[in-house]
Design a binder for this molecule. Structure first.
Ligand code: FES
Length: 154
């Protein structure tokens, strides 16, 4: 997607939500839906539309972790870092998984196939260490099982 196309999609997303009450979050969701993330170009455009500062817009985007600032992978691996999973060895597992797949938290493979994310509870606490690969919950995972699951998705 060219910068011109990105700007056009952002402008459309902003215009489509402009009449709403409290439109900033709907605008951000619409931009992410249209572009795949909230690009840098969107920040001043949103500030103009909302008649506020770019710092204010940055603050909102960074507060909500679901808004992504960079293109995301086609697949998303989320590893739970919350207490119950930590109690059953998640930290050591995560070190091994990050080493195997070559990604740190928040990174995406150069081919755009996979993004690695940290989450803080997936509601699978009784089955820790827990993970989600796209919409697929994975419980009592080990590094080999996760690497195999990741190898299956293209
Ligand atoms: S603490 Fe990991 S799923 Fe709840």
């Amino acid at each position: 997607m060219t910068e011109t196309e990105i700007r056009a999609r952002v402008a459309e997303a902003i215009a489509a939500q402009a009449g709403r009450e409290g439109p900033l979050l709907p605008m951000l969701h619409a931009i992410q839906e249209a572009v795949g993330h909230v690009p840098d170009e969107a920040v001043p455009m949103l500030a103009d539309a909302m008649q506020t500062t770019t710092a204010e817009i940055h603050g909102v985007i960074s507060f909500y972790h679901d808004f992504k600032r960079a293109p995301q992978g086609r697949h998303r691996l989320r590893l739970c870092r919350a207490e119950s999973c930590q109690a059953v060895g998640a930290a050591a597992l995560h070190d091994e998984v990050r080493e195997r797949i070559g990604l740190d938290w928040g990174e995406t493979t150069p081919d755009g196939r996979l993004t690695l994310e940290a989450v803080y509870c997936l509601g699978l606490c009784a089955c820790g260490p827990a993970a989600m690969l796209d919409d697929r919950p994975l419980g009592r995972v080990d590094a080999e099982g996760l690497a195999a699951a990741v190898a299956e998705v293209r």
